[in-house]
Structure formats: C-alpha cells, structure tokens
Write a protein that binds this ligand. Sequence first.
Ligand code: ATP
Ligand code: MG
Length: 248
Amino acid sequence: MSLPILQAKSLNKNFGGLRAVGQVTFDVDPLGVTSIIGPNGAGKTTLFNLLSGLYIPDEGQLLMGGEDITQLDPVARLSRGMARSFQITNLFFDLTVEQNLQLASQKLESWPKLFYATSKSPATLERAQELLEEFHLEAKKDEPAGALSHGEQRRLEIAVTMALRPKILLLDEPTQGMSSGDTQETSQLIAQLAKNVTILLIEHDVELVMDLSKHVIVMAQGEKIAEGNPRDVRSNPIVQTAYFGDAA
Ligand SMILES: Nc1ncnc2c1ncn2[C@@H]1O[C@H](COP(=O)(O)OP(=O)(O)OP(=O)(O)O)[C@@H](O)[C@H]1O
Ligand SMILES: [Mg+2]
C-alpha cells in the first residue's frame, strides 16, 4: 500500500451553531478518482474549503504526503501541489482562453524571468500552449472565456487548475449545469487526467461517480456516513436511505 496523498483526521467546521463538517476522517490514495457525494447542504464544499485552505478547521488535522498542512494557506498548499476548481465558474471572462492559461501558468517561470511580461515569459507561453493542445482548446484560444459554451468553460477551468502540474486536484461539481454530451466529455477528460494526478471529485451525477471512482465517500448533514468502493457504497442501506432514496 502506498502512503495516502491526503489524510483528513476528525475535521470539524462550525458556522455559528451549525456544524457544517463534523468529525470527518478519510484517506485519499494516490492517483485515480476519489469522489465525495451527498445531498445538498451535506458539507461537501465546506470540506473542500478545509482541504484547500480557504477555511482552517475548528478542530482536526490535515496531512499531505505525511506533512501537517492544517494551518497552511491556499498558496502554500498550491506550492505543495494541491489545486482546486470551484462550484461556480471562476475564469477571467474578458480575457482570451490563451490569456487565462498564461496567467495560470505564470508561477512556473524561474527567477528573474518571473517578472517579465507574461507575453515574454518562455515557461508561461510554453505551458499555455501545452494546455491548449491537451484540453482541445486551440481553436478557441483567441476567444474571450466569457464567449465559450458552458462545457468549454468548465474544460478551460480544469486546464487552468492543471497549469502548475498539481499532484492532487479538487474538482467541485465540474459537470454542474452541463448538457449530457458535455458531461460525457468531461467524464472522459477526468478519467484521462486521473492516470497522472490524484483527483478528489464532488459530484451529484451518481452514474458518473460510479463509473469514474475507485473510492467513494458519502456525506450527510456534515458527517461521513459511509465510504468504500462504488458497488459497496451503492448497496449500503444507510446510503440508500440518506442519499439514493428509491432511485438506488
Ligand atoms: N460560509 C458559510 N456560512 C454559514 N453557513 C455556511 C457557510 N458555508 C456553508 N454553510 C452551511 O453549511 C452547510 C453545508 O454547506 P456546503 O455548501 O458545504 O454543502 P454542499 O454539500 O456543498 O451542498 P451543495 O450540494 O448544495 O453544493 C449548509 O447548511 C450551508 O448552508
Ligand atoms: Mg457544494
């Protein structure tokens, strides 16, 4: 067994009297897709905010590759190889696709070229070009991000999160609001990426989760109520009651 890339130990986060995340413990093993599912308001996004450093937990500990990162801010976590996307599209809509990718890649440039204009930074330009190709966005490179279809915007967003070659990628509902064609395409993209980067995925589309994931964590009302391989999770009576209802 390889060392988990991420370990959450008894994480807690309260908002006033509301326990949004309570006593959540789990490991994420390297590579492949680990998914977090659960009904609306279960605490999934709050958990991501704890993992990515947007929030510091009230209690509990978070380890990345064995290192305690509980108190580190998002930039420090990014420099250790953790990247995330947001539930709401998070791009510079007025900038072109290529410019969005260049901005995201800037930190790859070495000193002192880090202070060059983006358009003169070789590492930045090269990485943006690679991403345009890898994510099939070359034909759209000069279009403003705001002019892309919803599916293309989410693809660009994933490309942006991959710019600094993270080790672990946190994706919060990447298929939200997508057509079934775009969902299918995104699913294939995630499966492809997961060969080289560990993916932690929040997703409402149960079929997609069952197809993609090697491990599924189920949350309800702030707590982890089950985890395991997709088949076991799906047939777990606690999960069926809390989440799948009659649809399982
Ligand atoms: N910043 C905040 N301040 C106060 N309450 C919050 C805050 N963020 C989340 N909550 C509350 O915490 C609970 C968990 O919310 P969270 O957004 O983590 O759920 P979720 O599982 O991501 O839901 P969804 O599936 O709808 O995205 C909810 O009751 C929510 O209203
Ligand atoms: Mg959410």
